[in-house]
Write a protein that binds this ligand. Structure first.
Ligand code: HEM
Length: 435
C-alpha cells in the first residue's frame, strides 16, 4: 500500500494539473491515493467559490463511484484516509455545487469531528489536541507568509508586525491547553502565570505539529477550504474551528453535568460547569486574534460566504440549551430555526442543568454545599459567556458595521438584542428573551 503523500502545505496546482492528477488517480481508484493536496492547492489558489464547472462535475461524478457508508457522527483520528473520509471531503468541496453550502460545510466541521470519549477529562483532551493542531497550523501558515515561499491563499498578505501579533495571540490560547497535554518543558508554567502569551510561537507550533499523525496533517489540509484567495480567510476559518472545538467540549460536558444532577452527584456537576467556564474563558483571546483580520479583507471574502453563519452552530446552541430551556420567543427565532435538529430535540423535551438543579432543590435533595458550588460555577459560566457575547458583538460592529449577517439576520442589531439573554435566568424572569 502506498503511503499517503502528506506534506504540510499543498502545492499551488493549476486546473490542468488537477485534472491530470484526477485522471491518474482514477487508474488506481484507491481512496488513500486521492490527490488531496493537488486539488487543495488549486482550490486555495482560486477560492472554492471559483472552482471551474468542469472540475466540479468531474468531482461529483467521481463521488458517485465511491461506496456509500452510513455517516457516523465523527471520523476516527488514525489510519489511512478511507472512502468515507474521501466522500466527506468531496461533500465539503462540492457544497456550493450541490446547493448545500452552510456553516458546517464552510468550516469543514464534518472533517474535524472526532469521536467523543466518555469522561470529561478525555473530552477536554480531545478539544485541547484539536485546538493545538488548528492553531499550530495557523502559526505555521502566518510565518510562512513572511518567507520566500508563501502558500495559498496569498491575497493581501499581512505585514510582519501583524503576523507577530497574531502569533502572540494564538500562543495565548494555546498555552493552557499545552500545559495540560504536552510533555513538561515545552511550555514554562511559571512564565505563563507571570505573563501569558510569551512562549515562542514557532517552537510551540513545531512541538505540537511533531505530535501530528499523517492523518492529522491530512485533516488540517482538507479542512482549509477558503471561498476566496485572501490570506486572512485562513485566520477566520481556523478561529471558527477553534471555537467549534471548544463549544463541542462545552456541550459534551454539560450533557454529562445534567446526567450527574439526575443522579444527585451535584458536586461533580458543579466541577463540570466550572470546567466549561474555564475553557470558555481561556478561549476568549481567540476574538483578539480574529480582531487582527483586516475589515477590508473580511468584507471582500464574505461576498462569497452568504448562507454560512455561526448562527447555524449546533454545538453552540446545544451548549446554550443545556444550561436552561430557551424561551419560546428565542426557540422560534432564527437563533434556533437555524439549527433545526437542536430545536427538534428541545421541543421533544430535554433536561437542563438549571431544570434538574431546581427539581433537586424543590425536592429538598440538595445539600447547601452542593447548591453553593453549583451556584458559584453557574455564576462564573454566566459571566464568561456575557463577556463572550460582548466581545463578539464589538468585533461584529468593527468588521460588519451596518451590513446584514450572512445568516440572514439584520447583523449587529440581532447581536445587540441577544446581549440581555442569560444562560441561567432568575426564577422570576422568563428564560432567554429574544432573538
Ligand atoms: C468577523 C467576525 C464575526 C462577525 C462579523 C460575526 C457576525 C455575526 C452576526 C451578524 C451574527 C448574527 C447571525 C447572522 O446573520 O449571521 C452572528 C451570530 C453568531 N456568531 Fe458571529 N461573527 C463573527 C465571528 C464569530 C466567531 C469567531 C464565532 C465563533 C464560532 C461566532 C459565533 C457566532 C454565534 C454562535 C452566533 C449565534 C449567536 C446567537 O444566535 O445568539 N462569530 N455573528
Amino acid at each position: 500500500m502506498n503511503a499517503v503523500p502528506i506534506t504540510a502545505s499543498p502545492p499551488t496546482g493549476s486546473l490542468a494539473d488537477t485534472m491530470r492528477a484526477l485522471d491518474a488517480w482514477q487508474g488506481t481508484d484507491e481512496p488513500y491515493d486521492f490527490p488531496y493536496l493537488t486539488l487543495l492547492g488549486h482550490l486555495r489558489a482560486v477560492g472554492k467559490h471559483f472552482l471551474a464547472e468542469e472540475l466540479l462535475d468531474r468531482l461529483a461524478a467521481l463521488r458517485e463511484t465511491l461506496p456509500r457508508v452510513a455517516a457516523p457522527d465523527s471520523l476516527p483520528r488514525g489510519g489511512e484516509p478511507s472512502a468515507r473520509f474521501l466522500r466527506t471531503f468531496l461533500d465539503v468541496v462540492l457544497d456550493k455545487h450541490d446547493g448545500r453550502y452552510d456553516y458546517p460545510s464552510y468550516t469543514a466541521l464534518p472533517l474535524l469531528a472526532r469521536p467523543a470519549p466518555g469522561p470529561w477529562h478525555e473530552v477536554r483532551r480531545v478539544r485541547d489536541e484539536t485546538l493545538l493542531l488548528l492553531l499550530a497550523d495557523l502559526v505555521r501558515f502566518e510565518q510562512r507568509s513572511l518567507g520566500d515561499d508563501p502558500v495559498a491563499p496569498h491575497g493581501m498578505p499581512p505585514r510582519g508586525d501583524v503576523v507577530a501579533k497574531r502569533i502572540r495571540l494564538a500562543v495565548r490560547v494555546m498555552e493552557p491547553a499545552a500545559l495540560r497535554i504536552l510533555p513538561p518543558g515545552v511550555v514554562d508554567p511559571s512564565a505563563v502565570a507571570a505573563v501569558p502569551g510569551r512562549t515562542p510561537g514557532g517552537p510551540l507550533a513545531r512541538a505540537v505539529l511533531r505530535t501530528a499523525t499523517a492523518h492529522d496533517e491530512l485533516v488540517l489540509s482538507a479542512s482549509m477550504q477558503p471561498v476566496y484567495v485572501l490570506h486572512d480567510e485562513y485566520l477566520f476559518l481556523r478561529t471558527l474551528q477553534s471555537f467549534e472545538a471548544t463549544f463541542s467540549f462545552m456541550a459534551g460536558s454539560l450533557a454529562t453535568a445534567v446526567r450527574c444532577l439526575g443522579e444527585n452527584r451535584c458536586e461533580q456537576a458543579a466541577t463540570l460547569v466550572d470546567a466549561v467556564a474555564g475553557v470558555l474563558k481561556e478561549s476568549l483571546p481567540l476574538f483578539s486574534l480574529l480582531a487582527t483580520m483586516r475589515p477590508e479583507a473580511f468584507r471582500t471574502f464574505r461576498d462569497f460566504t452568504e448562507g454560512a453563519s455561526a448562527i447555524q452552530s449546533a454545538s453552540y446552541k446545544t451548549f446554550e440549551s443545556l444550561c436552561s430551556t430557551p424561551a419560546a420567543a428565542r426557540l422560534d427565532s432564527p437563533a434556533f430555526t437555524s439549527v433545526p435538529a437542536v430545536r427538534a430535540r428541545l421541543l421533544d423535551g430535554r433536561p437542563t442543568v438549571q431544570g434538574t438543579w431546581r427539581d433537586l432543590a424543590a425536592a429538598q435533595q440538595l445539600a447547601p454545599e452542593a447548591d453553593a458550588a453549583l451556584d458559584a460555577a453557574a455564576t462564573r459560566l454566566e459571566a464568561v459567556h456575557q463577556r463572550w457575547k460582548q466581545t463578539h458583538y464589538r468585533l461584529a460592529v468593527r468588521m460588519l458595521g451596518e451590513r446584514t449577517g450572512t445568516g440572514y439576520t439584520q447583523g449587529v442589531p440581532y447581536l445587540a438584542s441577544v446581549l440581555e439573554n442569560r444562560l441561567f435566568p432568575a426564577a422570576d424572569r422568563d428564560s432567554a428573551l429574544v432573538g
